[in-house]
Design a protein. Structure first.
Length: 584
C-alpha cells in the first residue's frame, strides 16, 4: 500500500465511523480524495476572504463627529439581518476549514510514518514533544520563542489525532469498542481541562500554572503508555522460528498438481520490506507426523449457520459491533462479515482450513488495516487453528470470487505475508492460476472444473461470468457450501452480460443436481424479510435481513425469473432477489 492510499483509507474510515459526510468524500474517487479535500479547504478559505472583503466594502465610513462615550470602538451602525447572517455563515465556514485542516493534516503527517514506526513509538515521541512544549511554554515569553515552540505543539497534536485511534485498536480486542472509547477520551479530556484552567486562573501561577499542569499530565500519559508496552512485552512471544518464512526458493516457482490438474504458484519472499502485522504461521517443529483431518465424505461437516449477523446500527457513530464478525461453521470453516459502519457493502468472506493450507476467499471492502483489520483477524484464526492442529509448516492462499473493489480492497494487507500466495483477482491472472484459459475469448461449460487442494480438502472451482467476466464459483465438498460471490445472493443481482449469466445459472443448477449442495452462499445481504423489498444502496442499518444462505430451489427460481425477465434491461423484482440488468 502506498502512503497516499493508506492516508485515503484512514480519512475514509475516520469520516465514515464518526457518521460525518462531506461532499468531497461522497463524490470523489478514493485515490483522488486527499488532493480534493485540500482543494476544498482552499476553496472555503477563498470564500472566507471574499466574504470578509465584501463586508469591508459595505462598512459605512466613520462619522467625523465626536467619539461616543460608550467605551467601545465605533464600527458604525449595526448590520442588517442579511449582514448578520453573512457573518455567521462566514464564521461557520471559517471554523469548518480550521477544524478539517487540523484533523486532516494530522492524518497526512502520521499516515506516512505509521508504515515505518510502531504506534507505541510514535505516541511516545508525541508525548515527549508535548512535555517539552508545555514545560517551555511555562517559562518562554519571547514571541520568537513562542513561534518556534509551535513546531513541538504541531507534532504533539498530529500524533495524538493521527495515531491515537490506531493504538486503541491494537490494544483493545474489540475494534468497535476501541473506536468508541478513543472518541470519548476527547470529550472526557475536555471536561477535565476545566479544572486545570480554573486552577491557573484562580491562583497566582496564572497561565504558567496551566502549562505546568499540562506538562505533568503529559508525563503521566507517557508513563501509562510505557507501562502498556511493558505489559504487552510480558506476553510470551511465539517461537522465533515462526517469524521466518523458511528457506527462500526464488522469486516464484510454479508446479502443476498432477492429480487435480490445477496450476499452483508458491510465492516466497522473506526479504519483503513490508513487516507482518502478526507472527507468521509456519508452525512449530514436530517430532511426530501431524494429525490428518478427514475431509472426505466420511468426515463431512454438519455446518452451523444459525447465526445473527451484525447488520449495522441507526447511528454509525455509536456502532459498537466488531469491525469484523467471525462465525465458526465448524472448527475448520469460518465466515467473516465486515461491519456496515466501516463500509455499507458489508461483504462476507470465507476462511477454509485444510491439512496443508488455508484459503481466504475475498478480502473485503476496506483497505485500511486500522479500520478493517482483516489480516490481524485471519492471523489470529490461523494461530488458534494451529494450536489445536500443530503443523511444521502451514500456508495461506488468498483467492477471490471476482475483482470488484468490495471483494479485493484488503489484498494489500496480505502482501509480503510469509508462506502466502496472493492471487490477483483480474481475469487474466486468476483464470491462469485456475487453468481456465488465457483470459481472452468466451469460456463455456466444456472447460474442466479446476481443483484447489488444501490438503485433503479439495475445492472445485469454475468460471461464472455474468456479473463480472472474471467471476469464479467455489464448491467445498466438506461442508456442501456453494460459494457464488455476487452471482447469486439475497439482494440485487447486477448483471452485465445476460447470456453469460443465464449459462452460469444453468451450470450451477446442473452441478447441484449431481453434488450434495447444502447451502448457496453469496457475499452480501441486501433484501429485507418482506418479499420483494430491498434495502437501498448506501444503507448502513438492516435490522430485518433474511439469512445469508440460499437453496438450490432458489437457484431454480432465479432461472425461472431470468426467463420471465427475458433479457430486458432494468430492475426485475422477485420475492427473494432482484435482477438488475444493464442496458445493452
Amino acid at each position: 500500500m502506498t502512503p497516499q492510499k493508506g492516508v485515503c483509507g484512514a480519512i475514509d474510515g475516520v469520516f465514515a465511523w464518526r457518521g460525518r459526510s462531506t461532499g468531497v468524500l461522497a463524490v470523489t474517487p478514493g485515490p483522488a480524495r486527499p488532493r480534493a479535500i485540500l482543494l476544498a479547504l482552499a476553496a472555503v478559505a477563498v470564500l472566507n476572504i471574499g466574504t470578509t472583503a465584501a463586508m469591508i466594502r459595505r462598512k459605512p465610513q466613520a462619522d467625523s463627529g465626536p467619539a461616543t462615550a460608550t467605551g467601545q470602538d465605533d464600527d458604525g451602525p449595526a448590520l442588517s439581518r442579511a449582514g448578520v447572517a453573512a457573518v455567521v455563515l462566514a464564521f461557520i465556514a471559517l471554523q469548518a476549514s480550521n477544524s478539517a485542516a487540523v484533523s486532516i493534516m494530522g492524518l497526512f503527517v502520521t499516515g506516512r510514518l505509521s508504515a515505518r514506526f510502531s504506534s507505541h513509538t510514535l505516541i511516545t515521541s508525541g508525548c515527549l514533544a508535548g512535555i517539552a512544549y508545555y514545560a517551555a511554554m511555562a517559562f518562554v515569553a519571547d514571541p520568537v520563542g513562542l513561534i518556534a515552540l509551535q513546531i513541538l505543539n504541531a507534532w504533539f497534536f498530529a500524533i495524538v489525532a493521527g495515531i491515537g485511534l490506531t493504538l486503541f485498536q491494537q490494544i483493545i480486542p474489540r475494534p468497535g469498542l476501541a473506536s468508541g472509547l478513543f472518541v470519548n477520551t476527547r470529550r472526557v479530556g475536555a471536561i477535565v481541562s476545566g479544572p486545570i484552567i480554573a486552577f491557573g486562573s484562580m491562583t497566582a501561577l496564572g497561565y504558567q500554572g496551566i502549562f505546568a499542569a499540562s506538562a505533568g499530565l503529559a508525563v503521566v500519559t507517557l508513563a501509562a503508555i510505557l507501562l502498556t508496552r511493558r505489559l504487552k512485552a510480558a506476553v510470551p512471544e511465539p517461537d522465533a522460528d515462526r517469524s521466518k518464512p523458511g528457506a527462500a526458493c526464488g522469486a516464484h516457482w510454479r508446479s502443476r498438481d498432477r492429480h487435480h490438474g490445477v496450476l499452483v504458484r508458491h510465492l516466497r519472499n522473506p526479504t519483503s520490506a513490508a513487516p507482518p502485522l502478526m507472527p507468521t504461521h509456519t508452525g512449530e517443529r514436530m517430532d511426530s507426523p501431524p494429525e490428518l483431518i478427514d475431509f472426505t465424505a466420511a468426515g463431512r461437516s454438519s455446518a452451523d449457520l444459525d447465526v445473527a449477523w451484525i447488520h449495522g446500527s441507526e447511528s454509525a457513530k455509536h456502532n459498537t459491533d466488531p469491525d469484523i464478525q467471525v462465525h465458526a461453521c465448524d472448527e475448520h470453516t469460518f465466515i467473516l462479515r465486515q461491519n456496515m459502519a466501516v463500509n455499507y457493502e458489508a461483504p462476507f468472506m470465507f476462511l477454509l482450513f485444510g491439512n496443508d493450507r488455508a484459503v481466504l476467499i475475498d478480502t473485503g471492502a476496506t483497505a485500511s488495516a486500522d479500520f478493517f483489520p482483516l489480516r490481524r483477524v485471519v492471523d489470529g484464526l490461523v494461530d488458534t487453528w494451529l494450536a489445536a492442529h500443530p503443523r511444521d509448516e502451514y500456508r495461506l492462499l488468498v483467492l477471490h470470487t471476482h475483482p470488484h473493489g468490495d471483494h479485493v480492497a484488503g489484498d494489500a494487507q496480505f502482501a509480503g505475508r510469509p508462506d502466502t500466495v496472493l492471487v490477483d483477482a483480474g481475469r487474466e491472472s486468476a483464470w491462469e492460476f485456475f487453468g481456465f484459459g488465457d483470459g481472452s475469448g468466451d469460456i463455456d461449460d466444456a472447460v474442466q472444473t479446476a481443483h484447489v487442494d488444501l490438503g485433503g480438502r479439495v475445492l472445485e472451482c469454475w468460471p461464472s461470468p455474468g456479473h463480472h467476466n472474471a467471476a469464479v464459483t467455489f464448491y467445498d465438498p466438506h461442508t456442501g457450501f456453494l460459494l457464488t460471490g455476487d452471482t447469486v445472493y439475497p439482494g440485487r443481482l447486477y448483471i452485465h452480460d445476460w447470456p453469460a449469466f443465464v449459462r452460469t445459472i444453468d451450470r450451477l443448477i446442473r452441478f447441484s443436481g449431481t453434488h450434495p449442495v447444502t447451502h448457496v452462499l453469496g457475499c452480501h445481504i441486501e433484501m429485507s424479510r418482506d418479499p420483494g423489498v430491498d434495502y437501498p444502496i448506501f444503507t448502513t442499518y438492516q435490522p430485518e435481513e433474511p439469512p445469508l444462505q440460499m437453496t438450490v430451489d432458489q437457484l431454480r427460481e432465479i432461472r425461472r425469473a431470468a426467463d420471465e425477465a427475458g433479457g430486458r434491461p432494468g430492475r426485475h423484482v422477485f420475492p427473494g432477489f432482484i435482477l438488475c440488468l444493464d442496458e445493452a
